[in-house]
Design a protein around this ligand. Structure first.
Ligand code: BES
Ligand code: MN
Ligand code: ZN
Length: 491
């Protein structure tokens, strides 16, 4: 498993800076060195920073962009990373600047000058997020630069270390989600997934694992129908963080399909390998719970994940089968590839029966249709309560995680009517496929439970890198949910 890099916060020391190996990152104003540390560094480099800032390259660079000066005279460092800095830059811009630093610094030693910098803790978070790598399955590269030391120097290093503390918890939660989402399905089986969650008991989370016989006793016929074609046992894992008083918890529910072949309604071969990420909802719930525990959040939150594998076999659910959910509604399984909603239906019902939550948010890589609608920039947000939805949208915006409200309405229910059961698991056509999926889920939300459904099929994993993540799993949602908890449930 990967780790987020440790960042040391040290007092600014000009001598140590001139002796620093690897890379040194310095923030420069649009017109050149505009802080005491930048001017000192410029002097040590014989005015190289001033010369850089008077050139075309710098003039054309966008704020947050980095121009590298290789093997600078006057320093021990291999390179200086000059970050073009707009003094007005907000939190998220500084986070992205941290991401840019981590990307161009690579693996070696890195010293970042942060004296006098606003939102320096955001720079540290951006560095930690962008430094993430998933190389668990590569043989070690002997020629690669050895893992270096990351230092942030500032006058007020103690205050900065304090401000960065909760950020480290967030970065670790995001990395945990990314590891889970990146992991292939032969490694991240339902058993392996549950074991990784159980290990979080060390952090003070209560973790309970419900096995197939428990799930059968509870009547979770919908969830069990999805996993019955697989040799891996289906499970529900419950993670409780009790950092608040005795108030009802917020419930987070995640779709954890460790691999989605489609089942008997088999998916085409092309791109099927991407379905290792079909546990992204569960991964985000797990990473959020990890972040909350690491920063000892003062709130009650319960995370529940349904872990199953959707495989075709002689024992698999057939199209046309009718299954009974824990709620009691029967479902005609028209398409075994619409399996996520069957899993969520039972876990959501159990969450409400067991914990009487004050609110419930489910996350799922649920539909290809949400990618058609929103692409990869925004997750779909469906809700039965405007205030709750708006609070989530504000949290997501505050963390730079794209989220867009989608409509719901009873009129969409018509296409879910079954000839022989209480409901079908897919609509009659492909139109509005994400909305009919949300309407299906809504049947399993009890009256009076504020609920949000997040369709993260387009945002959980990307084919291209971004400012804060390499290619692959993004960890989308961990930061938004963490913020929602901080803003709405703590203090
Ligand atoms: N896991 C998929 C949705 C998905 C698609 C996630 C692409 C990530 C990327 C889901 O289980 C699924 O197969 N949905 C079907 C539903 C259809 C059968 C109604 C879909 O979107 O095609
Ligand atoms: Mn599917
Ligand atoms: Zn799926």
């Amino acid at each position: 498993m990967s780790r987020t890099p440790r960042i040391d916060f040290l007092p600014y020391d000009a001598q140590a800076l001139s002796e620093a190996t690897g890379r040194v990152a310095v923030f420069l104003g649009v017109d050149g060195p505009d802080s005491e540390v930048a001017r000192d560094l410029d002097a040590a480099m014989g005015g190289a920073l001033s010369r850089l800032a008077s050139g075309h390259r710098w003039g054309r660079a966008r704020p947050g962009e980095i121009v590298e000066i290789a093997v600078p005279a006057g320093l021990a460092a291999e390179a200086v990373l000059a970050v073009k800095h707009d003094a007005e830059a907000g939190r998220l811009a500084m986070r992205r600047a941290g991401g840019a630093i981590a990307k161009s610094a690579g693996r070696g030693d890195l010293t970042v000058l942060a004296t006098g910098l606003r939102h320096a803790e955001e720079v540290a978070l951006g560095m930690a997020l962008r430094a993430y790598r998933f190389d668990a399955h590569r043989k070690p590269d002997e020629t690669a630069e050895p893992e270096g030391r990351v230092r942030v120097m500032s006058d007020d290093s103690e205050a900065l270390a304090r401000a960065a503390g909760p950020m480290a918890a967030i970065a670790e939660g995001v990395a945990f989600t990314r590891d889970l989402v990146n992991e292939p399905a032969n490694v991240l089986t339902t058993d392996d997934f549950a074991a990784r969650l159980a290990a979080m008991q060390e952090l003070g989370l209560e973790v309970e694992i419900l096995e197939e016989d428990d799930l059968a006793r509870l009547g979770m016929g919908a969830l069990l129908a999805v996993g019955q074609g697989s040799d891996s046992p289906s499970k529900v894992v419950v993670m409780r963080w009790q950092g608040g008083g005795d108030e009802a918890p917020l419930a987070l529910v995640g779709k954890g399909v460790v691999f989605d072949t489609g089942g008997i309604s088999l998916k085409p071969a092309g791109g099927m390998e991407d379905m290792t990420m079909d546990m992204g909802g569960a991964g985000t719930v797990a990473g959020t719970m990890r972040a909350l525990a690491l920063r000892r959040a003062k709130a009650n939150v319960v995370g529940l994940v349904g872990l199953v594998e959707n495989m075709p076999s002689g024992n698999a659910t057939r199209p046309g089968d009718v299954v009974r959910s824990m709620k009691g509604d029967t479902v005609e399984v028209i398409n075994t590839d619409a399996e996520g909603r069957l899993v969520l239906a039972d876990v959501m019902w159990y969450a409400q029966e067991q914990f009487k939550p004050s609110g419930m948010i489910d996350l799922a890589t649920l539909t290809g249709a949400i990618i058609v609608a929103l692409g990869h920039e925004n997750a779909g947000v469906f809700s039965n309560e405007d205030g709750f939805a708006e609070a989530f949208l504000a949290a997501a915006q505050g963390e730079g995680e794209g989220a867009w409200r989608m409509p719901m309405g009873d009129a969409y229910d018509k296409t879910l009517e079954s000839r022989i059961a209480d409901v079908r698991n897919v609509g009659t056509g492909r139109e509005g496929g994400s909305i009919t999926a949300a309407q299906f889920l809504k049947r399993f939300v009890q009256d009076g439970t504020p609920w949000i459904h997040l369709d993260i099929a387009g945002t959980a994993s990307l084919k291209s890198e971004s400012a804060l993540a390499p290619k692959g799993a993004t960890g989308w949602g961990v930061m938004a949910l963490n913020r929602l908890v901080a803003d709405r449930y703590e203090g």
